[in-house]
Design a binder for this molecule. Structure first.
Ligand code: FCB
Length: 463
């Protein structure tokens, strides 16, 4: 089956810091990613998001690209420090106005706005006060959510509270390869909790301010963890607890998994979890956002050979895998994308079916999927990115297989609309279906954009 359901939502995704630029314009405050990228040695090539894709100034042009692609939805993120420069206190009207124009521009083109509140750009002032390991950040986040509900709640189709809290907590506070570059495992677990709590409080705040029809969601980068052999079952369990159930537990079931608490007992006693927190984190959701790029392969380390750490998340000063000293992350067979991530769409089908099984009745949406390749502009100006087309085709086929087996998948968003600032990798990794020339900022449709346009128009994968 290669035909998608009637009302399937087709979209593309971006995030504020990766595309907007205008980092210090119109009252925007600094975020942890400004600090990080301005620190020499943190980002490949010394790249920063200062200009990014200049989307802030090219909004109309980019909206027109979305309209020409024919997508039914666009997933963007709101830069918290653009609308609330200090992370608390008054909102910044010009910042808000940008998102209001973005939302109106989408609606005028018949495109549903899917807004992510937090795609990693914490206001620097909140990090200075302790960041996500600090409980107050969850409260500040809910306040910010309430402001956004007040301002845009009548027009946003779907609200996504957090993007990949796994990355915010573990890459930001444990391995330090992302902002704010801290390597404090206990703090990272406190960050996990305050992200979960902040999510729940934000959903509550949005429910009171946004339109009744607005959908509530969160986007998780769940790891589809496999073991090399059956002997590795405990390694799979441990990685799954830390990566997946640390979020799915509180958010969907109102409790942290007991094995996670036990696994991490030498790092923290979890006393930052107060009575009522888990219940607050667990708010009814309309749809769960799933980001998928590749699966994860683990093995119980035998303590002798050098431990493999090929988890795809860059080697930092420390591991993001807290209390997983005996788990090896094994390099998987190719082919690979430019990120070094293996291409294996079967993990997506299996992940969707697991969610369908474990959380029946909760609709799913692929909020990110895509691939970086070293694209070449041919002499005729065309970008023949057939490997990206192949990647997308494989993964969309995997989605249809999950749907055929019963999973309720409502939509799919390509990462990304355009080449952008790929975090610590800078601009070297190109994920876009639209190319962005780094010198001129010119946008050029790659072959994958033309291909995706046809998929969206027909609701089918071209043979
Ligand atoms: C995800 C992020 C997104 C992008 C892709 C490649 O982890 O959410 O911003 O960088 O990876």
């Amino acid at each position: 089956m290669t035909t998608f359901p009637e009302n399937f939502l087709w979209g593309t995704a971006t995030a504020a810091y990766q595309v907007e630029g205008a980092w210090n314009e119109a009252g925007r405050g600094p975020s942890i990613w400004d600090t990080f990228s301005h620190t020499p040695g943190r980002v490949a090539g010394g790249d920063t998001g200062d200009v990014a894709c200049d989307h802030y100034h090219r909004l109309e042009e980019d909206l027109d690209i979305l309209a020409a692609l024919g997508v039914g939805a666009y997933r963007f993120s709101i830069s918290w420090p653009r609308v609330q420069p200090c992370g608390s206190g008054p909102v910044n009207a010009p910042g808000l106005d940008f998102y209001s124009r973005l939302v109106d521009g989408l609606l005028a083109r018949d495109i549903a706005p899917v807004a992510t509140l937090y795609h990693w750009d914490l206001p620097q002032e909140l990090e200075d006060a302790g960041g996500w390991p600090h409980r107050d950040t969850a409260r500040r986040f809910a306040e910010y959510a309430r402001h956004m509900g007040d301002a845009l709640g009548d027009r946003v189709h779907t609200w996504i509270t957090l993007n990949e809290p796994w990355c915010s907590a573990y890459l930001g506070y444990a391995s330090g390869v992302h902002a704010p570059a801290r390597t404090e495992p206990a703090a990272a677990l406190a960050a996990v909790h305050h992200l979960n709590l902040g999510h729940g409080l934000a959903v509550q705040a949005l429910r009171t301010t946004a339109a009744a029809a607005a959908q509530m969601s969160v986007t998780l980068n769940l790891h589809h963890v496999r073991g090399v052999s059956e002997r590795d079952a405990d390694a799979v369990r441990r990685a799954d607890a830390l990566a997946n159930r640390a979020f799915l537990g509180p958010m969907l079931e109102g409790a942290y998994p007991r094995d996670l608490i036990a696994d991490t007992a030498s790092v923290t006693d979890w006393s930052f979890v107060r009575d009522g927190d888990e219940a607050a984190a667990c708010q009814p959701l309309d749809v769960l956002g799933v980001n998928y790029y590749n699966p994860t392969l683990v093995r119980q380390w035998d303590g002798s050979a050098r431990r493999e750490t090929a988890d795809g998340h860059q080697d930092g000063a420390a591991s993001p895998w807290i209390a997983c000293e005996e788990v090896e992350f094994v390099r998987q067979p190719g082919p690979y994308t430019e990120m070094g991530w293996n291409i294996d769409e079967t993990g997506l089908t299996e992940l969707l079916l697991r969610l369908h099984r474990d959380h029946p009745g909760l609709p799913l949406m692929i909020t990110e999927n895509g691939a970086a390749f070293a694209d070449v502009v041919d002499a005729d100006g065309r970008v023949r990115d057939e490997r990206r087309v192949d990647y997308l085709r494989r993964h969309l086929t995997a989605v249809t297989e999950a749907i055929a087996a019963g999973a309720d998948v409502r939509g799919y968003f390509v990462w990304s609309l355009m080449d952008n600032f790929e975090w610590a990798h800078g601009y070297a990794k190109r994920f876009g279906i639209v190319r962005v020339d780094r010198d001129t900022m010119e946008r050029t449709w790659k072959d994958s954009a033309h291909w995706y346009r046809e998929v969206v128009a027909t609701g089918k994968l071209p043979s």
